[in-house]
Design a protein around this ligand. Sequence first.
Ligand SMILES: [Zn+2]
Length: 340
Amino acid sequence: MKNLGQMLVIICMLSGLFACVTSESDTQEMVVPVTSPVVDAVVTPAPVAPSSAAPAVVVLEEVLQLEVIAEPIDTESNTALDTTLAGMTAVTALCEKLGAKLGSVSTQDCLHQQLIHSSVSYTGNSLAYREFPALTDYAPLGRVLVIGGIHGDEFSSVSIVFKWMGALQEHHTGLFHWRFVPVANPDGLLQNVSQRQNSRGVDLNRNFPTANWGADAHRYWVERTGRNPRRDPGEKPGSELEIQWLLEQISSFRPDVIISMHAPYDLVDYDGPPSAPSNFGSLHLRRLGVFPGSLGNYAGLDMKIPVVTVELESAGIMPSPAEINNMWVDLVQWLKGQLG
Ligand SMILES: [Zn+2]
């Protein structure tokens, strides 16, 4: 096997032809089929308690240990909201573009998240995040950073992050302190024909300043990918605005675990200290190896922050509501084991 790309294509072929087609073409399919609201699928109702309802701390010990079983979050407590006019305008513009691009995320779904405008991309799109903070009653088990859409043509990796944020919007219990970056590469996603790279043609997931970047990133790109433009690592480590912003997110939030959403290789990959999850829903652990400049290499291996890379089955078609639910349950259970 001369290069990893070929290997991945073969893995992909074995796991589903459609996924392969979407992975190797810059698919122009922009609309993800609309699914039913994820909250219906994600929330497994807690057993109906008698009139003396169990306190939240007891509920958390129940079998499924869901993050989605207590009273809605008091959004008034989110004091970090950027309520400046410029911030609101930037987020509104981002949400309007996302609503027009993604079939599973409406403009209202996006606006409902009250994303915090934090910086801007090369073409002026908002780089924004949503925080589900610690609640006052007890300390969270840990901080979890969830990143979607670092590759702009992996639509489902953005949509599923909005589905999970929608569930937490209604049912955050404070079990974990979450930060979500639903669209890490808005320029790649939101141009007319979405592309993997950012607007400067750089594969953002090869631009992280890994320890081996200088020695390996360009050599790998030339020798192993044949200068595939979809894998271009950029001119320098951390050269891209989006990566510089993500590095700020990591240094300011100090996550205990990072979840990075991708498609369409239909697996879970893991970098960092033990122990890896065996599966999220129907996606099973399969190690892809280490790429210079990748988030898994930078955070997982260099910084020792566990990084779970989730490769959904399809870039253009969302998992079923049941699968979205199963993945979430497995994710929360694994986080409890990792951080509890
Ligand atoms: Zn990807």
